[in-house]
Design a protein around this ligand. Structure first.
Ligand code: C2E
Ligand code: CA
Ligand code: CA
Ligand code: CA
Length: 277
């Protein structure tokens, strides 16, 4: 790994031992990245598949490294989760998302921003109060945000996760289950969680045009979501055909390269104005 980093490609393994030299130096670099303003908020729209309107966007983190260029989240989020630094990153993302929300608001654009939460965030008892404080500082209400949580983040400690989710739900945040279908959890927990939305993992959506099994999974997930009174979002919409199939199946929203790739926040607002025009 050290070699790969010297060559500039920076492939950090998620398995860095906490306390090892490499782990300490990455932690230091991440701290520095926050202070030096190297983090970037990217936004990717979610489209209403029946009407073509954009009502929300997902916040996706990037690290603009002075030498290594734009570092994708998979190269530092797993480490941040493992080391606990993710809580600092999540706070940064929420603050940036709320600034983007208020810029959109100022331009008359009604937008909800989805933020990804990790296990560590769900186990943080102070998270709901912390988010409320940030909303108040920005003059935003809880309808400004949707919080995306993966099945595995919940199953890590279902009891405590449920407690946090209930608090967040009572405060009015929209809650979404991310990467649905890839976790190992049972379906039974779904009805007990105070969630509003399911996101079908992109692996099923990307394969559904050529694989009948994946198509059936997509179809049944949409029905399951609707039977439970949840809205459903498909990730990985890369083609016009995928949009058409999903719309025909009654899928509520879509997200993917066919609509737009994740964009730097400033670019996103320009893009959105053109799309909605
Ligand atoms: P995710 O939450 O499942 O986010 C969706 C990922 O799918 C994003 O990758 C997005 O760029 C990608 N994607 C969107 N549309 C398409 C498409 O049509 N085709 C394909 N092949 N991919 C598409 P990204 O931005 O690299 O993020 C990867 C993962 O990193 C995220 O997966 C999420 O788990 C994590 N992540 C990103 N930002 C954050 C963050 O702020 N906090 C936390 N906790 N995790 C984050
Ligand atoms: Ca997500
Ligand atoms: Ca996802
Ligand atoms: Ca994912």
């Amino acid at each position: 790994d050290a070699k790969k980093r010297q060559s500039g490609s920076m492939v950090y393994s998620a398995q860095l031992d906490v306390g090892s030299q490499e782990s300490l130096s990455l932690l230091g670099e991440l701290r520095h990245a926050v202070e030096a303003g190297e983090l970037r908020l990217y936004l990717q729209p979610k489209v209403d598949l029946a009407r073509g309107r954009i009502l929300s966007a997902e916040a996706l983190l990037r690290w603009q490294h002075p030498e290594r260029g734009l570092v994708p989240p998979m190269h530092f989020i797993p480490f941040a989760e493992q080391s606990g630094f993710i809580r600092t990153l999540t706070t940064w993302v929420i603050a940036a998302a709320l600034r983007a929300w208020s810029q959109a608001q100022a331009q008359g654009l009604e937008l909800r921003i989805s933020v990804n939460l990790s296990t560590r965030d769900l186990l943080d008892q102070d998270l709901p109060a912390k988010i409320m404080g940030m909303l108040a500082a920005q003059g935003a209400g809880s309808q400004a945000l949707c919080l995306e949580i993966t099945e595995s983040a919940i199953m890590d400690d279902p009891q405590r996760a449920l407690h946090t989710l209930e608090q967040l739900s009572a405060l009015g945040f929209k809650l979404s289950i991310d990467d649905f279908g890839t976790g190992y959890s049972s379906l039974a927990y779904l009805k007990t969680l105070p969630v509003d939305e399911l996101k079908i993992d992109k692996s099923f959506v990307l394969a559904m045009e050529r694989d009948l099994g994946d198509a059936k999974i997509v179809h049944s997930t949409i029905e399951l979501a609707h039977n439970l009174g949840l809205s459903v979002v498909a990730e990985g919409v890369e083609t016009a055909k995928a949009w058409k199939i999903l719309a025909a199946l009654g899928c509520d929203e879509g997200q993917g390269y066919f609509i737009a790739k994740p964009m730097p926040e400033a670019q996103f607002l320009d893009w959105l104005r053109h799309w909605q025009a």
